[in-house]
Design a protein around this ligand. Structure first.
Ligand code: NAD
Length: 425
């Protein structure tokens, strides 16, 4: 083999890219003749690093580092979110882009995988600075994004307003009104009903299905949620509506527990007021590490990568882990959870609800015909339940975890497209 190792990243053990590569290695025995193409999954097709200089409100100039990575475009245009976080690196964005390739193929959307990010603490910027940074970033990556090329969306610390600025900047630069260049937009700019809560809804729908198979009654089930943003809060609300008790929540402002379950009607409005769960009066504040020891039936990691380490996997009390976040479980922890009989619904299917409704948004923007929220939710549920069933059948057939089964289903689709397209030139 003449495959040269990538020279531009040096990922450490348990880092997102290393985790992703180990997940790919585990699927190779199930790929049959397509294993010949597996190297294509182990390197991004394209990775762009951009400098983003902006003028701050005090007149100083600040530079930020931005990325857009297109991991695989065999099945369609790139699709994946944009993250603003001080710890973002090229290597992390590569892993997130690769997981998007797998996720989009797992739910059979006609997209490849991509992801973007800026290494910045957005909370330290004013609204005007955030807008200038977003617009400059969009201009810089404008050479590789577009409604038919690569379609960004929200991720950690990005939201519909940021998508509106991205759409406007791209439209100004191209002289069109290109609503289809990003998804997760505000509704009156071509956004889709149901998009904001779609990822959390997908976590709930796949979680409900997994709980049914475990004979775990959601009514009264104890749920712990790490990360209470777009994904975690929407999932928690749906579990609470189904009768579950939200017994622990952790976000960047702290960890709160209440064995009787939190009152979501009181908690949700207080989030806006305090900027997180840390100050919530209806629960006890505990040490962050104690979160992983809380007595619960369902654990929903919905914050960042690498949160469920081997040590935490040994301590976890839950029977079911629903990966709202991307890459929350490192491979050694995955093995420990499997040995302990804890069922993990992996990120690449569990949190695919967001990109599925993003796909609906993209289709609606092209046809300029918009669906009702009920239509969106019905179609979303149907796609998620159908995709999970196929994955579960694959897991049962090969006696493998749901993660390896999701990779098997998805990688077969990606590599079939790779093979049928053939190599250029
Ligand atoms: P968000 O910015 O809305 O929320 C992130 C949450 O994580 C916040 O509550 C924040 O306080 C918390 N958090 C950050 N650092 C933390 C830490 N060190 N410990 C505990 N909590 C911490 O982001 P989001 O869109 O909800 O994304 C969360 C995860 O879900 C990410 O892994 C993201 O990639 C994934 N995801 C998001 C979407 C989507 O549609 N937004 C889709 C698929 C997957």
């Amino acid at each position: 083999m003449n495959n040269q190792p990538l020279s531009f990243v040096h990922p450490g053990p348990d880092s997102p890219w290393t985790t992703y590569l180990m997940q790919v290695d585990r699927v190779v025995p199930y790929l049959g003749h397509l294993a010949r193409w597996v190297e294509t999954l182990k390197r991004p097709k394209r990775a762009l690093i951009v400098d983003i200089p902006i003028e701050l409100d005090d007149g100083e100039v600040a530079h930020f580092e931005g990325y857009r990575v297109q991991h695989n475009l065999s099945r369609g245009p790139g699709k994946g979110g944009v993250r603003y976080h001080p710890d973002v690196t090229l290597e992390e964005v590569m892993a997130l882009a690769a997981w998007m390739s797998v996720k989009n193929a797992a739910v059979n959307l006609p997209f490849g995988g991509a992801k973007g990010g800026i290494r910045v603490d957005p909370k330290a910027l004013s609204n005007k600075e955030l807008e200038r940074m977003t617009r400059r970033y969009t201009s810089e990556i404008g050479i590789i994004i577009g409604p038919q090329q690569d379609i960004p969306a929200p991720d950690v610390n990005t939201n519909p307003q940021i998508m509106a600025w991205m759409m406007d900047t791209y439209s100004m630069n191209t002289g069109t009104t290109a609503t289809g260049v990003v998804t997760g937009k505000p509704i009156h700019l071509g956004g889709s009903l149901g998009r904001v809560k779609a990822t959390g809804r997908g976590v709930f729908v796949t979680g409900r299905e997994a709980a049914r198979r475990l004979n775990l009654d959601l009514n009264g089930a104890r749920v712990a949620v790490q990360g209470f943003g777009n994904v975690g809060s929407a999932a928690a609300e749906l579990f609470a509506q189904a009768g579950a008790k939200i017994v622990a929540i952790q976000d960047h402002t702290g960890t709160i527990v209440n064995a009787k379950g939190m009152d979501m009607a009181v908690l949700m409005p207080s989030l806006k007021q305090y900027g997180g769960v840390g100050a919530f009066k209806g629960a006890e504040k505990v040490d962050d590490e104690a979160f992983w020891d809380v007595a619960c039936d369902i654990m929903i990691p919905a914050a960042l990568e690498g949160q469920i380490t081997a040590d935490r996997a040994r301590r976890l009390k839950a029977r079911l882990v629903l990966e709202g976040a991307n890459g929350p479980t490192v491979p050694s922890a995955d093995d420990i959870l499997a040995d302990r009989g804890v069922l993990v619904v992996p990120d690449v299917i569990c949190n695919a609800g967001g990109v599925t409704v993003s796909y609906f948004e993209w289709v609606q923007d092209f046809s300029s015909f918009f669906w009702t929220e009920d239509e969106i939710n019905l179609r979303l549920d149907k796609i998620m339940i159908g995709a999970l069933k196929k994955i579960w059948d694959t897991a049962d057939r090969h006696r493998i975890t749901l993660r390896t089964a999701t990779f098997a289903v998805a990688c077969e689709r990606i590599l079939t497209a790779r093979e049928e397209r053939g190599l250029y030139p």
